[in-house]
Design a protein around this ligand. Sequence first.
Ligand code: ATR
Length: 280
Amino acid sequence: ESRHAVFGHPITHSLSPRIHAHFGRQTGIPVHFEAIDATPETFPTALEAFAAGGGTGANVTLPLKEAALALCAEVSDRARRAGAVNTLVRKGGQWHGDNTDGTGLVRDLTARQGVDVRQRRTLLIGAGGAAHGVAPALIDAGIGELFIVNRTTARADALVDKLGLPGRVHARYFEDLHAIGEFDLVINATSAAREPGSTNAESGLPKLPTSLVGTRTACVDLSYGEVAIPFLAWARAAGAHNVIDGVGMLVEQAADAFKLWHGVRPYTDEVYTALRERDA
Ligand code: ATR
């Protein structure tokens, strides 16, 4: 039996062990999948110990995705473009890194939520690891103009530069959002609601004008559970057509990881529905 794990901090509430157990039952592939707590400081040692104990693949979540990239002998093109690794595969005694977050998001939006992303005017809020992870895949999927807004403008500028499509990708200030018009797609990729001291009543984000949202707008939070509540509540109040959290993206990136490890992509609808029912 091969050994797999998800590394992160905190990790106790991770849904990944449940998702992978479900994929194992569905495909008939024996799955031994655990959640391992590691900080950026302890991660290199923890990952080495995991490999020594027979670990052959891992998912990596916050705040370790950049650290994971640095520990890989080889990384996929999309992981390099994202500057982050969320999936590790052990090959020839070395770690190979990939990033399935962006394709996971696009697949959830297009195949499950019925949101066509092509040519869509898109606002990406945040320019940290999560934003880096999804921006290249959104561009590859054919979104229209992309505006990136971030508390620290220099990081938004850096992400825009990195994407290398002047004319199509632009940085903006939070203060200018009231005059920027409506978007087809608004994506919250910040960790504002995870900041210590922020409560569910306040997203921790600077106030977002409701003029960003029109009757056809889809609003997406890349997180799920409690930390997604404030942004999604704002989106609902603003009248968004689709209000989507990160559960579908999580399930899709997990299926992509499962495929990289086991060669089979599981069906995702059943486990998605099971996770939704748990919420209800
Ligand atoms: P992640 O991997 O979740 O993206 P990260 O790389 O630390 O984590 O990035 C966090 C993102 O949330 C950043 O865009 C950050 O803005 P800064 O670059 O200005 O730090 C954003 N963020 C976190 N707390 C925020 C807050 N209270 N208001 C606005 N943006 C916030």
